[in-house]
Structure formats: structure tokens, C-alpha cells
Design a protein around this ligand. Structure first.
Ligand code: 5GP
Ligand code: ZN
Length: 397
């Protein structure tokens, strides 16, 4: 028997629509897991461990996996997927995986898992999409904002982020303001063979700050405890976002550090919903112009295990989230390159953002993942300018 793999059936059946969602959570179950797969029909779980472990430990790991399975799959109801646009079968000229070519050209440089630098081609491609997103923002007379990369722990606490997405948090700290601690650090700080910095945790100050997981939260906090103008607020900003994805980090498809452009609406319910819909229609024209293959369908956020079933059902019942899923021909799959979101009055209530009539404001945002949209474009159109949409060929000159 191979002591570094575990194969077993799930304690309750995993419906096929949850297979990907459960599998991605298995990356957070135990640090000894090297990879985890669930068969497409959800009847078999297979775990590779980094090294052989004793039988009792193997049972402990299996038990933790089953906790995830039961919590996420037991009694789960298949959401009705609502498709708003379907252009997945648009024919596009390229079928390869862009990653090897991007590496070989020196267009991307991997600094660590989920952390990449991007070269001129990707940067120009992102700038091209950014101009389209800024046109979208302008069409709503959105006001430009710049938000910090850091976000106070207190803010995320106030909107329940710790309970919903604990697995993907990234914490920021600094050395304690103590000369002995700083001197000791400066003398001895070094990385070991696993790239771990050899600093005892007590040398760090208590954590008050995190790396921001989203752009729009910053706007909601600037509006907290305020009365909104009658015409509502529309804003746009681009920013670095951080979501730790453990073993799921791979290529430009899933980054720890990525960039998001958002157009954000705050106001009455109809104002937010109408603008979210208008934004979708305006982007539909942009994607049509370049012949992008994608579809827009209802989706849910990747809530952590205990919160998943309830929150995902809620999002789907109230049609709170739609994703723009671009086709990736090389893997016959899709990738979420953006989303159209409506939060009802969640932020308005938690942060006391008031409409002129005294009720809580509603919020919504349109968010685009810049690295992902550039990656999906290359996956569909490749590297030969002659194959690109005419309006984009200047990028390669
Ligand atoms: P959402 O708020 O819908 O979760 O994220 C908005 C967009 O940000 C997503 O549609 C996606 O394009 C991008 N995004 C979210 N998570 C990741 C990630 O882990 N890696 C990358 N590259 N983009 C992400
Ligand atoms: Zn947002």
C-alpha cells in the first residue's frame, strides 16, 4: 500500500456541480496534502500527501476531508444556473496554452506561487482593456478613486469577511517598535531552504492590517455613517487584490496578488440594479467587437466551508452575482474574467450608509480581473498579430 496517497469515497455524495468547489477547499485541509482530486462524478476522492504518514494520521486527514464534504455537500440543492449571454461558441483562432510561450518570451516572471511580473505585451494588453473599462466608467460619469493596498482588520471584521473567507486572507505586519527586536532581526534575518524567513512570531507587532481582498470595500468604508446624495454615487478604481489560494495557485489563472478594476454603484435598489444591467449590456458590445468567446452566468462567491451552503444558496436565490466566463480553448474550459455583483443593502446596513429617506443604501459593483482577461484573450487569439481583432493589432507594433 502506498502510504502517501489516500483514496476513499465521500461520506455523502458530492453532486457534480459542487465537485470543483469542494476540491478547491481540500487545499486548505492539511499542510501535508500535496494535491487533492475528486472524480468528475463526485464518487471518489484521491489525496496525494507530501510524504508518507502513519495510519492514525491518515485517518485524521481523511476525517478532516469528510468534514469538508459533509459541510458543503450534505443537503445541497443544485442552483438553477441562469445564463444571460452565451457566446462561448464564437470561433477564435488559437487553441494553445499561452503559459509556455509567455515564459519562453520572458513576458512573465514567476516570483513565487501566485506572484508574477508581467512584461510589455501583457501590460499593453491590460492597458487596452483598461481603456474599455474606463470608457464604461465614463459612460456612468463614474468618479475616479485611488484606494490603498492595505485594509484595516477592523474594516473586514465589520462586514463579516473573516467568517466568510478566512482561508484566503493575507495579513500584513511589521517588526515591533523595539530596538532590540529590530537589531536582532537585522543581524539574523535569512530565508531557509523552504523560503521561510527565520523570524520568531513574537518579533512581529500584533496584526491590525491585511492586504485588501477587493477594491469596492474601500469605497463603502469612505461612505460609512453618511447620508448619500439623492443621485447616488458611482465610482471607479483599480487596485491590487490579494486572495491566498494555497495549492490552487497556478499560472495567471489563479494569482495570490492580482489587479481588479471596478465600477461601483451606491444608491437606491433600482439605481444599482439598473446600472449593473446597463454595464453588462455595454460590455456585451465591447466583447462583440473583438469576437471574444464567453458567457455570462449566475455564480456564487467561494465562501469557506461552514458558510458555503447557506451563502451560495442565498446569492443564487436573489441573483446577486453573475460571472463573465471566458473560454479557454486549450483546456476546453472557462475562466471568470469579471463579475456583475449586487450586495443588496448589506454594506449599507453594516456601515450605516443612508439614502435620503433614511433607509440603508444598496450597493453593486462590476469587477474585472485584469491578468485573467489578458490571459483569456491570449488563450483565444494567440501571439500572431494578424490573427487579432483589427482594433487591437496596434498593441503588438
Ligand atoms: P470577484 O469579486 O467576482 O470574486 O472577483 C472579480 C474578478 O477578479 C474575477 O472575475 C476574476 O477575474 C478576478 N479574480 C478573482 N480571484 C482571482 C484570482 O485568484 N486570480 C486572478 N488572476 N484573478 C482573480
Ligand atoms: Zn466589488
Amino acid at each position: 500500500m502506498n502510504l502517501s496517497t489516500l483514496n476513499f469515497a465521500p461520506a455523502v455524495p458530492i453532486p457534480d456541480h459542487l465537485v470543483g468547489e469542494v476540491q478547491s477547499k481540500l487545499a486548505y485541509v492539511d499542510e501535508r496534502i500535496a494535491s487533492a482530486q475528486i472524480s468528475p462524478a463526485g464518487e471518489q476522492i484521491s489525496i496525494d500527501l507530501k510524504q508518507p504518514v502513519a495510519e492514525s494520521e491518515r485517518s485524521a486527514i481523511e476525517e478532516k476531508v469528510q468534514r469538508v464534504v459533509v459541510s458543503m455537500a450534505k443537503g445541497a440543492i443544485r442552483p438553477k444556473v441562469q445564463v444571460l449571454e452565451d457566446y462561448l461558441d464564437r470561433s477564435t483562432p488559437f487553441v494553445g496554452d499561452p503559459m509556455p510561450e509567455l515564459m519562453q518570451r520572458g513576458e512573465i516572471h514567476r516570483e513565487a506561487d501566485g506572484i508574477y511580473t508581467l512584461g510589455p505585451l501583457l501590460t499593453r494588453l491590460i492597458d487596452w482593456f483598461e481603456r474599455r473599462f474606463l470608457d464604461l466608467a465614463d459612460s456612468f460619469s463614474a468618479k475616479p478613486y485611488r484606494f490603498p493596498t492595505l485594509i484595516p482588520a477592523r474594516y473586514l471584521e465589520r462586514v463579516g469577511y473573516f467568517r466568510a473567507f478566512p482561508h484566503s486572507l493575507s495579513f500584513a505586519t511589521h517588526l515591533r517598535s523595539d530596538l532590540d527586536q529590530i537589531d536582532a532581526f537585522a543581524e539574523g534575518a535569512a530565508c531557509d531552504n523552504h523560503d521561510n524567513l527565520n523570524v520568531p512570531p513574537e518579533r512581529f507587532a500584533p496584526i491590525q492590517t491585511l492586504l485588501s481582498p477587493a477594491v469596492c470595500y474601500h469605497l463603502y468604508f469612505t461612505l460609512a455613517d453618511q447620508l448619500l446624495p439623492p443621485q447616488g454615487v458611482v465610482a471607479t478604481a483599480v487596485g491590487n487584490c490579494f486572495r491566498y489560494e494555497s495549492l490552487n495557485l497556478n499560472s495567471l489563472e489563479r494569482l495570490w496578488n492580482f489587479t481588479m478594476r471596478e465600477v461601483i454603484f451606491v444608491g437606491a435598489k433600482e439605481f444599482v440594479l439598473e446600472n449593473r444591467e446597463l454595464a453588462r449590456q455595454r460590455m456585451q458590445r465591447v466583447f462583440e467587437e473583438i469576437g471574444f468567446a464567453y458567457r455570462v452566468e449566475s455564480a456564487n462567491d467561494p465562501f469557506f466551508i461552514g458558510e458555503f451552503r447557506k451563502q451560495a444558496a442565498f446569492q443564487s436565490a436573489f441573483q446577486l452575482k453573475y460571472e463573465i466566463r471566458a473560454r479557454l480553448p486549450f483546456k476546453d474550459g472557462t475562466l471568470a474574467v469579471g463579475s456583475y455583483n449586487y450586495h443588496q443593502d448589506f454594506f449599507g446596513r453594516h456601515l450605516n450608509i443612508q439614502l435620503p429617506d433614511g433607509s440603508a443604501a444598496h450597493t453593486g459593483c462590476v469587477a474585472f480581473g485584469l491578468e485573467r482577461i489578458a490571459f483569456a484573450f491570449l488563450a483565444q487569439f494567440g501571439f500572431d498579430a494578424n490573427q487579432w481583432p483589427l482594433s487591437m493589432q496596434e498593441i503588438l507594433q
